[in-house]
Design a binder for this molecule. Sequence first.
Ligand SMILES: *Cc1c(COP(=O)(O)O)cnc(C)c1O
Length: 385
Amino acid sequence: MLSRPKLMIPGPVDITSEVQEAMSIPSRPHYGPEWLSLYGEIQEMSKQLFGTRNELYVMAGPGTMALEAALGSALEPGAVVLVPSNGFFADRLVDLLEGLALQPWRVTAPLGEPVLPAAIAEALQAHPEVEALAVVHHETSTGVLNPLEGILDVARDHELLTIVDAVSSLGGVPLPVDEWGIDLCVSVANKALETPPGVALLSISARAAEAIKRREAKRGWYLDLKTWQWYAEEWGHWHPTPTTMPTSNINALHYSLQTLLEEGIEARYAQYRAAAHAVRAGLRALDCPMFAEDAYASPLATAFEMPEGIKPDLLRNYLRQKAGVLISVGIGALHGKILRVGHIGQARRRDYVVAFLLGMEDALSDQGLDIQRGSSLVALEGLLN
Ligand SMILES: *Cc1c(COP(=O)(O)O)cnc(C)c1O
């Protein structure tokens, strides 16, 4: 029916027309005084958002690329890295570590549950060889927000280098990088920063910067952060990054960050919470069980199960075709078991949330369930119009 559905997936997201316009400016040089001023402002705004005084790079590419750069540049081959493991993106970290000849070591929790600090503390007792911790903050595949602050406290007790995949959390939930002691923190433009895909952000603590400098061998060139350090230090007055940059994307990111900081980050957090609350309450009214319990549920994406006997893919296809709303299926082991709806981008708005919930009502009615029209619209307060 509708050729372009409302995106209610956990990224990429529907952006505002203003961000779209900022994206559509012609390409410009990625060097020289004008560029340096824009790049510098982005670094400053991002540092505010990350709550850090650390070095911060804007890299061209997806989040996975920046994670690969962080892990490969700061750790020597063979290093043992603890990975709290409770979903697809933790598995991705394990794959990255293996690909880099590092040694991942999992502490696992069931899908849909958080990995708790106590489990990590206990696991570490018998394993003094662990050098680093690589952890997903928001496990987007299950909608679980791992208790990062507590996990990082444990890491600090053991003096581990800490690498955080904040790809889908930064900008959507508090994440004070310096206060919590994150050495390398990775995020992207196209999730809670609500900008088109193509750009990753990476903050690097002084300790991590030293570790990177100390490594003798290089791992490739673009993905070795030594290269980025060199350009920042030696060419920073003219050409601060190693390569050509997607200047239009970065212009859009500048606009998006500016808007976010002007509107206030706390206000944005509240909008995500309102959207998640409306969706969770609405789905519960339709007898759809939540996959993650409220205490660990992220306000950025909600994973849910179906009423008895209903197939997730049927609902998802109905929503796409009849309601013009695109949500996500479960990935990996959760395919065919859950659906996921994102609250980031324009999906935090009332019209998106209402279109989704009414679409769900229609889809379930279509499956023969007795649903009263409007019965899922039970918690719409606080939603952005
Ligand atoms: C989306 C996502 C990624 C992957 O990001 P890419 O930009 O596609 O590489 C990694 N981790 C988490 C938690 C994500 O949500």
